[in-house]
Design a protein around this ligand. Sequence first.
Ligand SMILES: Cc1cc2nc3c(=O)[nH]c(=O)nc-3n(C[C@H](O)[C@H](O)[C@H](O)COP(=O)(O)O)c2cc1C
Length: 182
Amino acid sequence: MGETFRKFLRTLPDFPPDLPDFDPDNAPGDPALLFKQWLDEALDKGEQQPHAFSLATVGTGAGSGRQPSSRMLILKDIDHEGWHFATSRTSRKGKELAAEPSAAMNFYWPSLGRQVRVAGPVVELSAEASARDWAERPRADGSGNPDWQLYAIRPAEIEFWQGSNDGNHIRHRFGPDGVLPG
Ligand SMILES: Cc1cc2nc3c(=O)[nH]c(=O)nc-3n(C[C@H](O)[C@H](O)[C@H](O)COP(=O)(O)O)c2cc1C
């Protein structure tokens, strides 16, 4: 690739010029409410899959060591259990979560210059909830999948990040007990 590719990357567009303002002092105190607000605004801006996020997990230590890995998933719900996602237990991430039940999610909405990070321990939700999630998939055909598992991240930390055209990006952080000092 060399120098040409390096220079080409520098020419690619940055954030759009009309990023929204974000005032943490006037934001909902409940991070789930703030997230829903930002998700709605991303939809209004035309983001195609605003509920898609990257999920990072930790390697099991065998072979590749404690190599992190990440991939895109779809958010399934947010409730008292945490932030839900679903996948097969037999997948790489399923095996990694069985060995190391801890993960980090990252949402990014380019049209708004917004990012949301959520990280913490992961719990497995019930077989019934997992089966319902499998049955409600967009391309569901009525068949079951005993390996399908619904999980929830119990947030130890959540960060809302608003990019700014003047470079004064805003980070609004929550710990398990509420808003953290900026
Ligand atoms: C936008 C998007 C959404 C996805 N949603 C899911 C999902 O909800 N669950 C899932 O198991 N895989 C989903 N995938 C596929 C995963 O990214 C991944 O390829 C697959 O789960 C295998 O990952 P692993 O080998 O790291 O375990 C999605 C892919 C994309 C691009």
